[in-house]
Ligand binder design. Structure first.
Ligand code: NAD
Length: 503
């Protein structure tokens, strides 16, 4: 590897057990899943899938074409009428069966996810557990939907609201939580009675393909389809195709913009879960030790490749030094390593060489702007795309590292002197996905929660999610809700039927 050696204190824990994460025969087929069958792509071209902790090629996966996408869309289109007519109880039972199937294969899914993303086993296991619970939650929620009361709102006319599926939904997912982000879409989309075509990230298709294999016998052919390949090819086709009724993307702001532009031509619905740059506002009265301990997880979980990561600390100037010390102490204990290097490994590598270099570029620019690495600050030596857990202090106001999504194990610490300044600066980024406020004053906590421009605000916590509660962004973080009954609404349409009952 050509990267300069690290100045960070940490090292990467390497696997001592020579047995690989996957046994022979456990890899999924690297083909599209269309109309209930695995199919080779029309082009015959493939893409190499790389293990980011070792840089070894794991396997090859089909590089989809527009023809492949069209075949999957047609399959979903052909299946939509029959699936859309099924009753909620029927779909609920299938979702529960999918949850059970995932649970039976949880260990394989976690190992596959760890292999493809390099993430720590504890993160991969958490992803799988969250995915299973998404299906269980939606299986219940779809049987308990509510709507405006039917009744006579215009004289002699009875109004009834029908909740209907949209039809075919196109889905594009990112590489940071491949299975979890897929589950967050698949569960409500199928629960609401839609059929779908999913394009996983070209870097991390393995758990999505394995999911298709695992549930193939549980769903009618064509209800769920997967096409692997590039965003500007397959994702763009899903966004523009007239037989796709809605496009849902989790990814970067640029991809969200591209999808929304392409969808405009057919005026299809768009659901976007995009990037974030979550502020963590710490007041002088906060429990600083609790905040530092929470950020040890919230800033570095999944190596900081997390859209809700608490990555931008704004701490009151009177406690900034003490807090920075506590944070460095906490973060300095993180165990970085390959996924096979032990159950206590907490942090893995960046997803790819390109992303690794991008994160290092951010760090170089931050240092050039005057920020100081109180911990980490560079790459970790050896194979794989490992970056040291990093805490940047003395960060000048407005520095790029406080405004742009780094998407790595990097937390910046800035200071503020007044509440007004804290609010202004916390909201001074284009993103609005998540934020947290730390104070022991409940009134201040409530007030800050209402003033922070983010779809999720934690008070004295960060990055705790619940499947019952919505996850969605404001501003450039997108629109559309994942999780909760709100997601079911987003993937449904409401129809007003009015009966003239005059006699
Ligand atoms: P990305 O935008 O590069 O890719 C996401 C997906 O979009 C991939 O499948 C990619 O192939 C596809 N894509 C790329 N260009 C496209 C185009 N022109 N048309 C259609 N599809 C296209 O994002 P990424 O690097 O895979 O993921 C990281 C990003 O995702 C970060 O910005 C992160 O914040 C965001 N994210 C957001 C959430 C959330 O819930 N808001 C969750 C996870 C990740």
């Amino acid at each position: 590897m050509t990267t300069t050696a690290t100045t960070a204190p940490g090292t990467v824990r390497r696997a001592t057990d020579p047995s690989p994460l996957l046994a022979a025969g456990e890899l999924p087929q690297g083909q599209h899943f269309i109309a209930g069958q695995f199919r080779a792509g029309t082009s015959g071209e493939t893409q190499a899938i790389v293990d980011p902790s070792t840089e070894a090629v794991i396997c090859q996966v089909a590089q989809g074409t527009v023809e492949d996408a069209d075949a999957a869309i047609q399959a979903a289109f052909d299946a939509k009428e029959a699936w859309g007519r099924t009753v909620p109880k029927h779909r609920s039972e299938i979702l529960l069966a999918i949850a059970d199937r995932l649970a039976e294969n949880a260990d394989l899914l976690a190992r596959l996810e760890a292999l493809n993303t390099g993430k720590a086993m504890m993160v991969a296991e958490d992803d799988v557990a969250g995915s299973i619970d998404s299906f269980r939650f939606m299986a219940g929620a779809v049987r308990a939907t509510t709507s405006l009361a039917a009744g006579e709102y215009a004289e002699n006319h009875l109004s009834v609201i029908l909740r209907e599926p949209l039809g075919v939904v196109g889905v594009v997912t990112p590489w940071n939580y491949p299975l979890l982000m897929a589950a967050w879409k698949i569960a409500p989309i199928l629960a609401a009675g839609n059929t779908m075509v999913l394009k996983p990230s070209e870097q991390t298709p393995l758990t999505t393909l394995n999911f298709a294999e695992l549930i193939a016998d549980l769903l009618p052919a064509g209800v769920f389809n997967v096409v692997t390949g590039l965003g500007p090819v397959i994702g763009a086709r899903l966004a523009e195709h007239p037989k796709v009724d809605m496009i849902a993307l989790t990814g970067s702001v640029n991809s969200g913009r591209a999808v929304a532009r392409a969808a405009a031509e057919t005026v299809k619905r768009v659901h976007l879960e995009l990037g974030g740059k979550a502020p963590v506002v710490i007041f002088a009265d906060a429990d600083l030790a609790a905040a530092a301990e929470s950020l040890r997880a919230a800033g570095y979980w999944n190596s900081g490749q997390e859209c809700g990561a608490g990555c931008r600390v704004l701490v009151h100037e009177s406690v900034a030094e003490r807090f920075s010390q506590l944070l460095v102490e906490q973060v300095g204990t993180l165990v970085v390593g390959e996924p096979t290097a032990g159950a206590d490994v907490e942090m893995g590598p960046m997803i790819s060489k390109a992303h690794f270099e991008r994160v290092l570029g951010h760090l170089e620019r931050a240092k050039a702007a005057g920020a100081k690495a109180a911990l980490g600050g560079g790459a970790l030596e050896g194979r794989g795309y490992f970056v040291a857990p990093t805490v940047l202090v003395d960060v000048p106001e407005g520095a790029a590292c406080t405004q742009e999504e780094i998407f790595g194990p990097v937390v910046t610490v800035e200071t503020f002197s007044s509440e007004e300044e804290a609010v202004t600066r916390a909201n001074q980024v284009p993103y609005g996905l998540a934020a947290s406020v730390w104070t022991l004053n409940p009134q201040l906590g409530h007030d800050m929660a209402s003033r922070l421009d983010a779809g999720t605000v934690w008070v004295n916590s960060h990055l705790v999610l619940a499947n019952e509660m919505p996850w969605s962004g404001f501003k450039s973080s997108g629109y559309g809700r994942d999780l909760s009954a709100y997601a079911l609404d987003d993937y449904s349409r409401t129809k007003h039927v009015m009966h003239n009952k005059a006699r």
